[in-house]
Design a protein around this ligand. Structure first.
Ligand code: MRU
Length: 385
């Protein structure tokens, strides 16, 4: 890689006195880059309680589907720590029943932080399944250490998957092209490198393609302007911020060769929930004959849902619109509607870029093979021919 991606939204920190794996579990904490402070301030929050992890997810200090999943996995570890201490702070060893009761409690609690990104539930289920698979076979201390390893694995796997998606995504990018993205689906939203933005990083850094990225500012919380523009600029990618309402005109002006966005949850037919405004961008792209790609790992698919109509959509505090960033921009006393996500129907999506290849055209059968059966797109196509 010619450029580095040094900024990580999440890290498990351990004090130097922690020498054993159980010490790393019991004394460690989750360090979260506070994305609400960007682009002006680079600061982290030390999450030493499960409540701070929950609050960090809820308040969007950490956000983006894969990063939420990784935080939740570490959050389970933070949540379990309490039962390894007596009220006076001395270390103790909990019994197995107590350990598993707390594991249930911690996962159920973290699951209430945000409803739409399925990676949250996927990571919590994976942590629970890991713990249960070791029940009765290991001491609770060994299970605790294995859970921290599992959280780290979820994190590391995500980093590797992002590179794979980046490579596949870059094959859809041409030298000299212009590309539009919405919200932030970059290194900040993942373990590292990103999903949609990974395509830009790979095209530019690994393949030397010169590209220009247009970043929708992404009302109401400006993830595009504050986060996407910031991280692309930090990584040397040519980026231009536009207001969301300018997407149609930049397409009309011929500035956009394709759209790349991330996803929070994808149903088994390919319908995709992503940041509010994505659907409108997809409609504009269709009108202008511009390819529209979603980039997401398998952990963002929810194959239990037949269509996007079943995806739960988070509604956020009206104050984010009435008084976003501290200044009143809508009158008191008027109704405000603030859904955080919308669903883009699969017929508006040209392809879904996964770690197993680009699903295009999108069919429930192809999604079942590539996502459900974890097969590469190439293998499935070879078999069909
Ligand atoms: O509300 P947010 O900021 O968590 O919404 C995030 C998005 O919609 C992202 O585009 C999505 O999670 C993809 S992350 C790689």
């Amino acid at each position: 890689m010619s450029l580095t991606h040094k900024l990580h939204s999440l890290a498990w920190k351990v004090p130097s006195k922690a020498t054993t794996s159980i010490d790393a579990f019991v004394c460690g904490w989750l360090e979260m880059l506070d994305q609400t402070a960007l682009p002006t301030t680079l600061k982290t929050v030390d999450c030493r309680t499960i409540e701070t992890v929950w609050e960090g997810i809820k308040a969007l200090r950490v956000r983006g589907a894969p990063a939420i999943g990784i935080s939740a996995a570490y959050g389970v570890c933070v949540g379990l720590q309490t039962i390894f201490y007596d009220v006076d702070g001395t270390r103790r060893t909990p019994g197995e029943d107590e350990f598993f009761a707390r594991l249930d409690e911690a996962t159920e609690y973290l699951a209430t932080s945000r409803p739409t990104a399925v990676n949250l539930f996927w990571a919590l289920d994976r942590m629970k399944a890991k713990g249960e698979s070791l029940r009765g076979r290991m001491s609770v201390e060994e299970i605790a250490s294995a859970l921290l390893d599992e959280a780290k694995l979820i994190h590391e796997e995500d980093v590797a998957l992002c590179r794979k998606m980046g490579r596949y995504g870059a094959s859809l990018i041409k030298d000299g092209g212009g590309y539009l993205t919405h919200c932030n689906a970059g290194g900040l939203a993942t373990g590292e490198y990103g999903t949609a933005l990974a395509a830009f990083y790979w095209a530019s850094e690994e393949e030397g393609k010169k590209i220009r990225v247009y970043a929708d500012e992404t009302r109401p919380l400006l993830q595009g302007a504050r986060l996407t523009a910031w991280e692309l600029h930090e990584n040397g990618i040519d980026v231009t911020v536009i207001c969301d309402s300018m997407a149609a005109v930049v397409m009309l002006q011929g500035k956009i060769d394709a759209v790349f966005v991330g996803a929070d949850r994808i149903a088994s037919n390919g319908d995709t929930a992503n940041k509010i405004g994505t659907y409108m961008v997809a409609l504009c792209a269709k009108r202008h004959g511009i390819p529209f790609y979603v980039v997401a790992p398998r952990s963002t698919f929810d194959l239990s849902l037949e269509s996007g109509a079943q995806i739960p959509i988070e509604e956020r505090d009206p104050e984010e619109i009435r008084r976003g960033f501290g200044r009143q921009t809508a009158p008191d006393g008027v109704e405000i509607y603030n859904p955080a996500f919308d669903v883009t129907p699969s017929e508006l999506i040209t392809g879904i870029v996964t770690e197993n290849g680009v699903i295009s055209p999108i069919t429930p059968k192809m999604i079942a093979e590539v996502v459900g059966n974890n097969r590469t797109v190439d293998d499935v196509l070879k078999e069909q021919n």
